[in-house]
Design a protein. Structure first.
Length: 278
C-alpha cells in the first residue's frame, strides 16, 4: 500500500520482515504509528518471527503505543512464533505498566506459550517481582507448569530470584512451602541462597511467614481464622518471628489455651490472660 501524498510503500518490510509500523512501534514513535495507521497500514502485519506491532511495543514497554493499538482494536491475544503473546513479552521484560494495561483491557493473564509457560511463569523466571505480585493479585494460576513440569516457584528458585521465591512462598502462603519429599529436588537446581532459605522455612505455615514479614493485617486475619501462634516448625513458632513490635502485637492480639491449642474470643481475653498469670 502506498502513502497517497508521498507515494511511499507503507508496507515495505525490512529483510527481517518488519514493516514501517512494526519498526515505529519497536522504537516507541507514537506520532509515526498514528500517521501510518491513518494512512492505512496493517496493524496486524508481522515480521519474520510473527511479531505484530502490539507484540513489539509491549516487549519494549512503550505504553502509549500499546494503548493506541489496543484502542484501535489490535488483537491482544495474537501470538508470535512459539505462542508468545503481548502480555507474555511485557511480563518477561518487567514492563509492569504495560502488563497492568493489557490485563485491564482483557488480555488472558494465564495465556501460555506452546511450551506451557504463562506470564506469571516467565515473570518469575526473570525475577520481575512487581509483575509477579500484580498477576497473583489478579488471580493468575501460580501452579501453571511448563512442558517439563516446572512451575513459577521452581523457575524463580532455579534462577536465583530469592525475592520472588520469598513472595511466592511467604506472603501468607501464596505457594505452600515444598514438602520434605519435594525439597531435595527443588533445592538441587536452586541457587545457593534460595536453597538455604527454602530449607530454613520447611514446615512453616502462613502465620510464620506473616510474622516474619511483620504484616499485621495478615497476622490478625490468620489469628481470627484459628491459626495458632504456638505451631512449631523446626522448633520455631510464629510468635518467635518478626520484630519485637510484632511479637508484642501477637501477644496482645490473642490469648490461647496451650493444652487445647484454641483461641479465646476477644471478649474474654483479658479474663483469661489474668487467670493464666495467677
Amino acid at each position: 500500500m502506498f502513502d497517497g501524498r508521498s507515494g511511499a510503500d507503507i508496507e515495505k518490510a525490512t529483510v527481517f520482515g518488519a514493516s514501517p509500523l512494526v519498526t515505529a512501534s519497536a522504537f516507541g514513535h507514537l506520532e509515526v504509528v498514528k500517521y501510518l495507521m491513518r494512512s492505512g497500514a496493517d496493524m496486524e502485519a508481522t515480521d519474520c518471527h510473527g511479531a505484530s506491532p502490539l507484540i513489539i511495543a509491549s516487549a519494549f514497554g512503550h505504553l502509549d503505543v500499546v494503548k493506541y493499538l489496543v484502542e484501535a482494536e489490535a488483537d491482544k491475544e495474537k501470538a508470535m512464533r512459539g505462542g508468545v503473546s503481548p502480555l507474555f513479552y511485557a511480563s518477561e521484560n518487567g514492563h509492569l505498566n504495560v502488563v497492568e494495561y493489557l490485563v485491564e483491557s482483557g488480555a488472558d493473564k494465564d495465556g501460555a506459550d506452546e511450551y506451557g509457560a504463562s506470564p506469571l511463569y516467565i515473570a518469575s523466571c526473570h525475577g520481575r517481582l512487581g509483575v509477579v505480585k500484580y498477576l497473583l493479585a489478579c488471580g493468575a494460576n501460580k501452579e501453571t507448569a511448563d512442558a517439563d513440569g516446572a512451575a513459577p516457584l521452581a523457575m524463580a528458585s532455579r534462577h536465583g530470584h530469592l525475592d520472588v521465591v520469598k513472595y511466592l512462598v511467604g506472603e501468607a502462603g501464596r505457594c505452600p512451602p515444598p514438602s520434605p519429599a519435594l525439597l531435595p529436588d527443588l533445592c538441587s537446581e536452586a541457587a545457593a541462597d534460595v536453597a538455604a532459605w527454602l530449607h530454613s522455612v520447611a514446615g512453616w505455615g502462613p502465620l510464620h511467614f506473616a510474622c516474619e514479614a511483620d504484616c499485621r493485617p495478615v497476622i490478625q486475619r490468620l489469628l481470627r481464622s484459628g491459626a495458632s501462634p504456638l505451631t512449631e516448625a523446626g522448633s520455631v513458632t510464629p510468635v518467635m518471628l518478626g520484630s519485637a513490635a510484632t511479637r508484642r502485637f501477637v501477644a496482645d492480639a490473642v490469648v490461647w489455651n496451650p493444652e487445647g491449642n484454641t483461641l479465646f474470643p476477644p471478649a474474654v481475653q483479658d479474663v483469661v490472660r489474668t487467670a493464666m498469670l495467677l
